[in-house]
Design a protein around this ligand. Structure first.
Ligand code: NAD
Length: 302
């Protein structure tokens, strides 16, 4: 996709982090924007900022884990702009903890946002994009699903997140093949960043009140995972703005895999080597024994 001016972008998780930077960059290219987010105050502030800068933008409070909310988002988009060219299935949350300590509500919340949110977006928006392509040979569409490097590795104490993001990678690869069967005009990409400073290490702020954890104290392993995430974020070497720029470059060049920090692929190589060599999995943080030591210490083991 190389025509951005007057094209329409729908961005979930558009009120913070990557989503907000996609919106800012899209606005600077003359795109019309639909921002969806569960956090109303942050959404209102982002919409106001973009409107003040002259952008055409609407905001809609949306819980992406709810199909009816995503359908209402699509209806509002079509009513306002009559088409969608660029869809960012980007909203996400990142809780952690030992696999067996994650509760049913933890799984429902994480898979609800990170996986079902993407599924709802694909199920509801892709047919609209394909119909637009069928009606207009000049139409261009592109879908970007935000996964993570966690979609290609399996890090200790991040089972919830890794499972959800590996599902998004598999879903995106399948989408790539499925779209290739039916259209030359609608493309897709999967975005796999490593740590970047955003609000992701505060994602509990958006946990629904009936999501079960607000009243229970976090376990040691959940605190250890939070500390690991905070540490990774504090050490981030690129910004959310950089991620948005790399992502738009990939959309323009029709590239599927988007790795804003390609050096992080070094953590993926041993995993696939072990699979192909039929060996037991190595610690993905093998190059950083201090990380493993810190987690073990936080768990209360010597
Ligand atoms: N920041 C990182 O280090 C990093 C690395 C890899 C992948 N990611 C992924 O990037 C995506 C964007 O996250 P971010 O880093 O910008 O974090 P962020 O917290 O700044 O932004 C996420 C946005 O999603 C929204 N959101 C949460 N639950 C929602 C729901 N149910 N419905 C709609 N919106 C909801 C939040 O309100 C927030 O505005 C996520 O999918 C995340 O998993 C982030």
């Amino acid at each position: 996709m190389d025509k951005f001016r007057d094209s329409v972008a729908v961005i979930t998780g558009g009120a913070s982090g990557f989503g907000k930077e996609f919106a800012r960059l899209g606005a600077s290219l003359g795109m019309k924007l639909v921002l969806a987010d569960i956090e109303q105050s942050a959404l209102d502030a982002t919409v106001a900022e973009l409107q003040a800068a002259g952008a055409t933008v609407i905001g809609r409070r949306t819980d992406v884990s709810k199909a009816a909310d995503v359908q209402a988002l699509a209806d509002a988009t079509m009513a306002a702009f009559g088409k969608v060219n660029l869809l960012f299935n980007n909203a996400g949350v990142a809780p952690g903890g030992l696999v067996w300590e994650s509760t049913e509500q933890d799984w429902d919340w994480t898979l609800g946002v990170n996986l079902h949110g993407v599924l709802h977006g694909l199920r509801i928006f892709t047919p609209l994009m394909l119909a637009a392509a069928a009606a207009d040979p000049g139409y261009q569409g592109h879908i970007v699903n935000t996964a993570s490097m966690a979609g290609l590795t399996a890090a200790p104490t991040f089972g919830l997140y890794c499972v959800s993001k590996q599902a998004v990678v598999a879903l995106s690869e399948t989408l790539f093949h499925d779209l290739g069967l039916v259209s030359e005009q609608v493309k897709c990409s999967v975005l796999c960043p490593s740590f970047v400073a955003t609000g992701i290490n505060r994602s509990q702020r958006n946990r629904p009140a009936d999501g079960g954890s607000a009243t229970t104290a976090p376990s040691r392993s959940q605190l250890a995972a939070q500390a690991m995430l905070d540490r990774g974020i504090a050490g981030a070497t690129i910004s959310a703005q950089d991620v948005a720029r790399v992502t738009f470059d990939a959309i323009r060049d029709d590239r599927f895999y988007i790795f804003p920090q390609p050096q992080s692929l070094a953590t993926v190589q041993p995993r696939f080597d072990d699979i192909l060599g039929m060996r037991n999995p190595r610690d993905p943080f093998g190059g950083h024994p201090e990380i493993r030591a810190a987690v073990i210490a936080a768990l209360g083991r010597n």
